[in-house]
Design a protein. Structure first.
Length: 102
């Protein structure tokens, strides 16, 4: 599933850098979709021992990258709600808060 909208990723691996979600247009070959992505935004390969210094970790975790270690996490093959719902709820809350000071 796309981390943003929750649509399942059905494309075969390897995912190309230019591949985008057909529903929301977000990049699909991103750190957030990788099986090596750690909670908090880290990368399991960046500190791997004996890996010639590990992977170069991209700064933007939701943008396309050229990481040689990228491998799609299998759970992203299933549909979910994604982060779009959370983003919409946060925007709604911010809007309500801002309206208090008008």
């Amino acid at each position: 599933m796309c981390w943003y909208c929750g649509s399942p990723i059905t494309d075969a691996e390897p995912l190309g850098r230019a591949l985008r979600c057909p529903d929301c247009g977000r990049d699909l070959r991103v750190c957030r979709h990788c099986r090596r992505f750690l909670p908090g935004g880290g990368c399991a390969e960046s500190s791997a021992v004996g890996m010639d210094g590990g992977a170069d970790v991209p700064q933007e975790k939701d943008r396309a990258n050229f990481c040689d270690w990228f491998s799609l996490e299998p759970r992203f093959r299933k549909a979910t709600a994604g982060d779009k719902k959370k983003s919409a709820a946060a925007a709604s809350a911010k809007s309500a808060f801002d309206s208090l000071f008008k």
